[in-house]
Design a protein around this ligand. Structure first.
Ligand SMILES: C[S@@+](CC[C@H](N)C(=O)[O-])C[C@H]1O[C@@H](n2cnc3c(N)ncnc32)[C@H](O)[C@@H]1O
Length: 313
């Protein structure tokens, strides 16, 4: 392991905002290898407010947060919410935890764990909102996708009714897959665009868009950003039927660019966004009509910063 990683891992031990539980405490092996994923509850479950946070405020998660750009930025913009960035990579979490520590941000925490274990850490209704930022689209493994029925089932165990999931991605495949999951299960889509910085950017100027504004024409077969709702977001009031507000979100959508977002933008990829709720009776169904072969075929090659080669994900 490189010297720099070792230094970050050592410093991670000193950050009070960073929780790094031992996976062996969470994984319950008593059920035997054929019993699937059995998890023990972590002591923090149901008690984030009061243990990790001094102020009892709504909790927002960023799953797969990497360096935690959204977690940090939203926490500065919206001090009356508590933000938790979750990732498995300690060297990336170091960046967010270091910033939170240096700036004494009391409404930020980070959790190092696999997202597959997430329900061991949060109690019923403990979380108000979830951000998924540039999640790996997992082209070959549906059950590894963070918006698959399997993951929605996990989130339902702790996301408040009406709680919003934000998906910001460079992957048209993941965007369309998630739209199909939402359609299949009758989930409410609050906002959706396949080109956040294109038509959406011009039409949604923060705090100036009115709900009566007419949507611009679009050539896309996919519905454009749902303008009245986004306008509502800009004004800091509630979308129809939603129990939460989006204060701070609208500007952040355009102004916060994560490490991966900047990388994919520089390669010419469009950024997509959708916000949806997961309220649903019964098990979530797989989107049978989703044409995974087609959407996979249009997913272009990416260059990752550590490799000069283009890679098909
Ligand atoms: C493509 S990166 C995006 C990071 C960051 N959100 C950004 O936009 O720069 C995906 C991140 O998700 C994390 N990740 C992927 N699968 C995960 C899992 N199952 N559990 C925890 N973290 C995971 C990776 O470690 C990585 O930091």
């Amino acid at each position: 392991m490189g010297h720099d990683k070792l230094r970050k891992f050592a410093e991670n031990e000193t950050f009070s905002c960073l929780l790094q539980p031992d996976a062996s405490l969470i994984l319950d092996k008593s059920g035997g290898p054929s019993a699937g994923l059995c998890l023990n509850d972590h002591p923090v479950k149901g008690h984030w407010n009061g243990t990790m946070f001094s102020k009892d405020q709504p909790i927002v998660l960023e799953l797969g947060c990497g360096k935690g750009e959204y977690t940090i930025d939203l926490s500065r913009r919206v001090p009356d919410r508590n933000y938790i960035g979750v990732d498995i990579k300690g060297a990336r979490l170091w960046k967010g935890a270091k910033t939170a520590t240096e700036e004494k941000l009391s409404n930020v925490a980070f959790l190092r764990t696999r997202i597959e274990f997430i329900e061991a850490f949060f109690g019923l209704g403990e979380v108000s909102e979830i951000w998924l930022t540039f999640s790996d689209p997992q082209l070959k493994s549906e059950n590894s996708r963070l918006t698959s029925p399997l993951f929605l089932e996990r989130y339902r165990k702790f996301l408040k009714p009406g709680g919003i999931i934000h998906l910001k991605t460079d992957s048209r495949f993941l965007h369309e897959y998630t739209m199909a999951v939402a359609a299949e299960n009758g989930l409410t889509i609050l906002a959706s665009t396949t080109d956040l910085y294109g038509a959406a950017r011009q039409a949604v100027s923060p705090r100036s868009t009115s709900a009566s504004q007419t949507p611009p024409p679009t050539s896309s077969a996919v519905p454009p950003l749902t303008w009245p709702r986004v306008a509502t977001v800009a004004e800091g009031t509630l979308p129809d039927g939603a129990t939460l507000d989006f204060i701070g979100t609208n500007e952040a959508l355009f102004e916060v660019q994560t490490f991966y977002e900047r990388m994919f933008l520089s390669q010419g990829y469009k950024i997509t966004y959708m916000a949806f709720t997961i309220d649903h009776e019964g098990p979530y169904r797989h989107p049978e009509s989703f044409d995974s072969d087609y959407w996979r075929s249009i997913e272009g090659p990416r260059r990752f910063s550590h490799s000069p080669e283009a890679t098909q994900r």
